[in-house]
Write a protein that binds this ligand. Structure first.
Ligand code: 2P0
Length: 335
């Protein structure tokens, strides 16, 4: 009884991650199985802090986001995730979930990655599930596939999973990637922090279903991943950056070819991309990646981060610029 009481509430902290090899498209939407492997860096900024408390007296789950009652699609995704936790734990208590994001929610800054990683860790603890990091990563994937990577710090690869159904579910999880001799920074240019026009979920579905470029991007992404592992292993930032940039541009190309087109890149995005090319022409190792939004993340040596941030600010004066380094694994907070 004592153990159960102790486990009835838990708080976890998780950080966003930015993919250098992107995940885009699912082979199974219910189980959230990605079509392709992906590889990311977890950041040391913008954490999500989530508390899950079991409420045996509650008749429905209560979810708050940044202190306000959650609604709509976001609330439904959390409740569906809590249903999964209850099924795994063989319990039926409702939960009170309090989640706080420093990330602008829904702006292509990976709030769902940090959010579902924190929810998986806090929720598993609250419902008394004893899961190792692999199992937590698999669980977080069910909330948002990119969340599987935010269970780990530094660099992480998410395996797309083999086979279908239960076999795919078992084999789709993230694990850390050992990296030597890199001291990187990601300079993040927030050109528009508003919510996105098309959810990544809907955009992925449309891309897989209608883009004639999708299969060739998925095939080239396999090569990118193999080369990325080698570049990380050698600590070769220029190679890491080149591979990341081409992989991201390829992902956006597949979206642009979807019908109707999914276009997240804005004029300011392109202006930042031009400033990255100028930095390279001036001998600075700087490489861009973009997700489901107009913001640009520029990978560089930590020693060059201030110069890169200045160049980005000069290019788009009204954008805000953040600088991140490799961050920590998700962590359970002990009271
Ligand atoms: C990624 N993105 O690998 C890719 C690259 C955005 C572009 O994962 O449907 O919020 O919840 O699995 O994880 C953003 O999509 O989508 C994403 P779901 P998610 O980081």
């Amino acid at each position: 009884v004592d153990n159960q009481l102790k486990a009835a509430a838990a708080t976890a902290v998780a950080h966003p991650n930015i993919a250098l090899i992107k995940y885009w498209g699912k082979s199974d939407e219910r189980l959230m199985i990605p079509y392709v492997d992906s590889l990311s860096m977890t950041l040391d900024i913008l954490p999500t802090v989530t508390t899950v408390a079991l409420g045996p007296e509650e008749r429905t789950d209560r979810v708050t986001l940044d202190g306000s009652p959650a609604t709509g699609d976001f609330r439904q995704r959390v409740v569906t995730f809590l249903d999964l936790l209850r099924a795994m734990a063989g319990r039926d208590e409702r939960a009170v979930v309090d989640t706080r994001n420093v990330v602008p929610t829904g702006a292509g800054l990976a709030s769902s990655a940090s959010g579902f990683a924190a929810l998986a860790m806090a929720g598993a603890a609250a419902y008394g599930l004893d899961l190792d990091p692999t199992a937590l990563s698999r669980l977080a994937r069910r909330g948002s596939a990119s969340a599987s990577r935010s269970i780990f710090g530094g660099f992480a690869i998410c395996h797309a999973g083999r086979g279908g159904g239960a076999a795919a579910d078992q084999s789709a999880y993230a694990e850390p990637v050992p990296v030597t001799g890199l001291d990187p920074a990601l300079v993040i240019a927030l050109v528009n922090a508003g919510p996105k026009a098309v959810s990544s979920r809907a955009a992925m579905r449309r891309t897989v279903a209608t883009s004639p470029l999708y299969q060739s991007w998925a095939a080239s992404s396999k090569i990118d991943l193999a080369e990325m592992r080698g570049a990380l292993h050698r600590g070769d930032l220029a190679a890491v950056g080149e591979i990341a940039e081409r992989n991201a541009l390829g992902m956006h190309a597949t979206m642009l070819a979807a019908r109707p087109a999914v276009r997240y890149l804005s004029p300011d995005t392109v202006t930042v991309l031009d400033s990255v090319l100028r930095l390279r022409a001036d001998g600075v190792a700087a490489y861009a990646t973009m997700d489901a939004g107009p913001n640009v993340k520029v990978l560089c040596h930590r020693a060059d981060a201030v110069r890169v941030a200045d160049a980005v600010r000069a290019a788009v004066p009204d954008c805000s610029v953040l600088t991140a380094g490799p961050g920590p694994a998700a962590l359970l907070r002990t009271e």
